[in-house]
Design a protein around this ligand. Structure first.
Ligand code: ME8
Length: 532
């Protein structure tokens, strides 16, 4: 794929390649709407980079080696490998339903990943960063983290109030995290966008200033859990700590340690998209592991907030878990993607509300966008037998709309590149509304009745169609299926990689004949709304 910067185009980064990842989820239950939020956020950005013509690589997967995954399988009475295979399908089915365009799917039980994790372990060992010591502490199997007594709340895990962590006392391998505190702080200070948003960066800097403790990077294999996890090289009585292996997935996905060409092409990653609960692992442990292995650090770690449902924490016990696949079946994939992205502000937590989803669907997707496309193609059909006319002379209204098309594209790009995804969508939406206003003010239905206004009507029809066409590309990262349907109704072939560069300038591609078909977002049936 070739990539050319448009004159006004924003440059996403120095290089042509863009490697983006999400957290790899624990397969201990089907993904919920909170997991979906993260995948949609990363997918919007991955799709944006493809449209910019970048050689984009988007990796996702599942984190299988955790003991609580094994425990869940045991509790369900399912053979553990059968369990993870089933969950693997469940996750992939969910992301397919949400149109998540990942290029690579990783499972941490794969042999390739075992080799990558062991290589990272060996590199740290040979640097003298891994040593053996005796360890005692409270271990929460759900967090996969050790806690000091004072960190527990009433004897319970601070993140899982229903769990009493187990007291573990064993010989472990340790990673010398404390050795890297100064280098990490210097890196964060020299690279202000390494951790975004700023509130998360401040949190990490706070941890660094308190001083870092070495962490245990192995677990003794115990009866009943034998074989679950990646063996420590040359010492199979131990398995590698699950976070040490899980973080390494970002390297495995781009060919480490065998495929040097792929690795050189994509590493360091441009962005690891994660949720706020796993900041410490990604912003402290992971960069330290990479420094120890003499590998470059990822360029950025964008941290999103948590999604609640109807203002309540998502929890199986509360029974408020929303299955994104069922939601897509009821209201359509683009409506779900749109709603999640529209309300996504990395710096804050978000809330999912059924009434909100229905309102955004009807008011914005249906009334604003669906009607715009429908009006444009129906008027061209009615007044010009479906042929998109060449525009007549332009007036100030048209000039203003063209200027706004360019500024919308630039401002939306800047917002996406700053992880202001909800904001990017609102910038674009202002333009959707503006095109509707343009049609209202220009009153093509009146012009159609005036024989001497033929040229003027041509201008209005062309201008409205062209603005709608550009909108289809600007919206393609969020609602890809609908964007393609917009293109199709405007008589154009599917939107391709690079289109943001080559097709968002005014008049950049010719339109000939429209092809009106079904409404993009027909009004929601109140019965459907009631079942959301
Ligand atoms: O942490 N809202 O897996 P996980 C938004 N396996 N995001 C949410 C969320 C919510 N309500 N609940 C969870 C793990 N997430 C590890 C990651 S990466 C090397 C290993 C996000 O299944 C969460 O913040 O518990 C994380 O980014 C992702 O979902 C997976 O969470």
């Amino acid at each position: 794929m070739t990539y050319q910067h448009s004159e006004e185009g924003t440059d996403a980064g120095g290089s042509d390649s863009y490697y983006i990842t999400t957290a790899i989820d624990y397969p201990n239950g089907a993904p919920h709407i909170g997991h979906a939020l993260e995948k949609v956020a990363a997918d919007v950005v991955a799709r944006y980079h493809r449209l910019r013509g970048h050689d984009t690589f988007f990796s996702m997967g599942i984190d299988e080696n955790s003991l609580h995954v094994l425990r869940t399988a045991n509790e369900r009475g399912v053979e553990p490998h059968e369990w993870i295979n089933t969950l693997d399908e469940t996750f992939r089915r969910a992301w397919k339903a949400l149109d998540i365009s990942y290029d690579y799917w990783i499972r941490t039980t794969e042999e390739r990943h075992q080799r990558a994790s062991q290589e990272m372990f060996r590199r740290a060992l040979s640097k003298g960063d891994i040593y053996k010591d005796n360890y005692s502490g409270w271990y929460c199997p759900n967090c996969n983290t050790f806690y000091a007594t004072e960190e527990l709340i009433g004897g319970r895990c601070p993140n899982h109030p229903s769990l009493s962590p187990e007291w573990l006392h064993e010989d472990n391998y340790f990673f010398a995290l404390s050795k890297y505190g100064e280098r990490l702080l210097a890196h964060i200070e020299a690279n202000p966008d390494f951790i975004v948003p700023a509130s998360r960066k401040a949190e990490v800097v706070g941890l660094l200033k308190q001083g870092l403790r070495d962490f245990s990077v192995s677990r003794l294999v115990r009866p009943g859990v034998e074989g679950w996890g990646i063996p420590v090289p040359e010492d199979p009585k131990h398995v590698i700590y699950v976070w040490f292996d899980a973080l390494t997935n970002y390297l495995t996905a781009v060919g480490f340690p065998d495929d040097e060409q792929k690795f050189a092409n994509y590493w360091p990653a441009d962005a690891h998209v994660i949720g706020k609960d796993i900041t410490r692992f990604h912003c402290l442990y992971w960069p330290a592991m990479l420094l120890s292995a003499d590998l470059p650090l990822p360029k950025q770690i964008p941290v999103h907030g948590f999604l609640s449902v109807e203002n309540q924490k998502i929890s199986k016990t509360l029974g408020n878990v929303i299955d994104p696949v069922k939601l897509v079946e009821k209201i359509g994939v683009d409506a779900v993607r749109y709603y999640l992205a529209r309300n996504l502000f990395f710096a804050s937590d978000g809330d999912f509300s059924r009434a909100g989803l229905a309102r955004f669907y009807n008011d914005e997707l249906g009334n604003d966008l669906g009607n715009l496309l429908n009006r444009v193609v129906s008027m061209i059909k009615r007044y010009r037998k479906g042929e998109v006319p060449a525009p007549g002379p332009q007036g100030t209204r048209e000039d203003e709309l063209q200027v706004m098309a360019i500024s919308t594209r630039e401002r939306a790009a800047e917002a996406i590149e700053n992880w202001e995804i909800g904001n990017a969508l609102s910038i674009t939406w202002n333009f959707v509304r503006r095109v509707n206003q343009y049609i209202e003010h220009s009153e093509p239905w009146k012009l159609a009745k005036q024989p001497d206004a033929e040229q003027q009507l041509n201008t209005v029809l062309y201008t409205a169609a062209e603005a709608t066409r550009i909108l289809a590309i600007l919206l393609a990262p969020y609602i890809p299926t609908s964007s393609n349907r917009m293109y199709e109704q405007l008589g154009l072939p599917a939107i391709q990689a690079g289109a943001w560069e080559t097709q968002t300038a005014w008049g950049s591609i010719p339109m000939t004949e429209v092809s009106p078909s079904a409404l993009l977002f027909p009004r929601l049936d109140p019965e459907v709304t009631a079942t959301l």
